[in-house]
Write a new protein. Structure first.
Length: 410
């Protein structure tokens, strides 16, 4: 395991070193070829130093021209605009997936905002303001990145982006070019098809919860298992979607949990909020949280300044509904390193086993998906709470992994 960890970090370090070499070459080629004029003066196309380097990389590394151009662009962006990200990559604290997530969010900071009529306005940030915003993005999201999976980092990035783009709607490439659409692509087998397309986030979350509710209702004895007809939960979700077209099927209650500050609901600020559906756990902009909460049932949750939920729980084995709510409000996903399964689909496990005197309290309960619950119960994996906030997992090889759900954004 130590060998695998060392090799993984070394791979990241070497890739970061390669990106720095590409950027050094780019600067040299740009200095040598600030703009090569075409041989035919009637041809207005000009070659740049970056294009010259792209051809050189294609020949040397046996890669496609588009791949070379992307590598040059990535190297330049990381060096000039996201130096802390490149530094963490070079140290082995980030994987390429983490780096791509930071790059994608950084690009959104320069996207144009949209007015009330849907028209493009000036970019969200530009020049010095853009540099400061990207520095803030790195400062917020690259604290303890070695403990985050790519999905967890993306969740943190979305929260930070929502805060930095407060009161503005960004225009991504998809919304600029196509808006909303539904596309059907036939699969290679000629018998099935893929259904895809962008939807408003609020409606997509409601649809996701609705389909899960329908699937659960058709097999109430074992909602997430195989039903009497041999259909999986995923297959029953598909049936529920097809029933919508036919106007048939059940109409279950939908559960979308929104954790949002009262000041945000009142419109006093635009802090991002947390949303948990039966299949997703993510940060959303304030406008989405307000829209989801508008027609829902509200439940007050009190927190201290550190984001810890304040309440009292019983000592019975099965936690009360109030205790379960507190635990799932504190940890919105499974607490195993890198797992993002929503807490409402997890078991509430006694960290110190109940048989050994472990109390059924908020402090001794944690959400674990069924797989990681079994892993902790039946193997040599161990978990214990950290002194302040979060959990420490110890593997059978003795390696430790600290994991922590970010506190609510208020």
């Amino acid at each position: 395991m130590d060998l695998l960890i060392t090799l993984d970090r070394e791979r990241c370090r070497l890739d970061a070193l390669g990106l720095r070499a590409v950027e050094e070459l780019r600067q040299r080629r740009v200095a040598e070829h600030p703009g090569l004029a075409a041989a035919d003066e009637t041809d207005l196309v000009q070659l740049t130093g970056e294009q010259v380097l792209a051809s050189e990389l294609c020949a040397a590394l046996r890669i496609a021209d588009a791949t070379a151009a992307q590598r040059i662009s990535t190297a330049r962006t990381l060096t000039e605009e996201l130096p802390a990200t490149l530094e963490a990559y070079a140290a082995g604290d980030l994987h390429i997936g983490h780096v791509k997530a930071v790059l994608a969010t950084s690009e959104l900071l320069a996207e144009r905002v949209v007015d009330g009529d849907g028209n493009d306005q000036d970019p969200l940030y530009a020049d010095d303001a853009l540099r400061r915003a990207r520095a803030e993005l790195e400062k917020t999201c690259l604290t303890g990145p070695e403990d985050l999976s790519v999905r967890q980092l993306r969740r943190r990035l979305r929260r930070t982006l929502a805060r930095l783009s407060s009161r503005h709607t960004l225009r991504t490439r998809v919304t600029r070019e196509a808006g909303q659409f539904v596309r059907i692509d036939v699969c290679d087998d000629g018998l099935t098809a893929h259904l895809s397309g962008p939807l408003p986030l609020t409606e997509a979350l409601r649809l996701d919860a609705f389909l899960t509710g329908c699937a659960d209702a058709t097999n109430p004895e074992n909602p997430r298992g195989i039903d009497g007809e041999g259909r999986s939960h995923a297959a029953r979700r598909v049936d529920a979607l097809l029933d919508l077209k036919a106007g048939s099927g059940t109409s279950p209650s939908m559960h979308v949990n929104v954790t949002v500050a009262a000041t945000t609901l009142l419109g006093l600020d635009d802090e991002p909020s947390e949303v948990v559906t039966p299949t997703l756990a993510l940060s959303v902009p304030a406008e989405v949280a307000r829209d989801l909460a508008a027609c829902g049932t509200w439940r007050r949750i009190l927190t201290d300044p550190a984001g810890n939920v304040v309440d009292v729980g019983p000592r019975t084995y099965k936690p009360s509904a109030a205790t379960a709510r507190r635990v799932r409000a504190r940890d919105s996903t499974c607490i195993f390193p890198g797992c993002t399964r929503p807490a409402q689909n997890c078991d509430l496990d006694h960290v110190m086993p109940h048989a050994r005197g472990g109390p059924t309290t908020v402090e001794n309960l944690a959400p674990e998906c069924r797989h990681h619950h079994r892993l902790k119960t039946h193997t040599r994996w161990q978990v214990e709470p950290l002194p302040t906030r979060g959990w420490r997992w110890t593997s059978p090889t003795g390696h430790t992994y600290d994991t922590n759900t970010d506190p609510p954004p208020y």
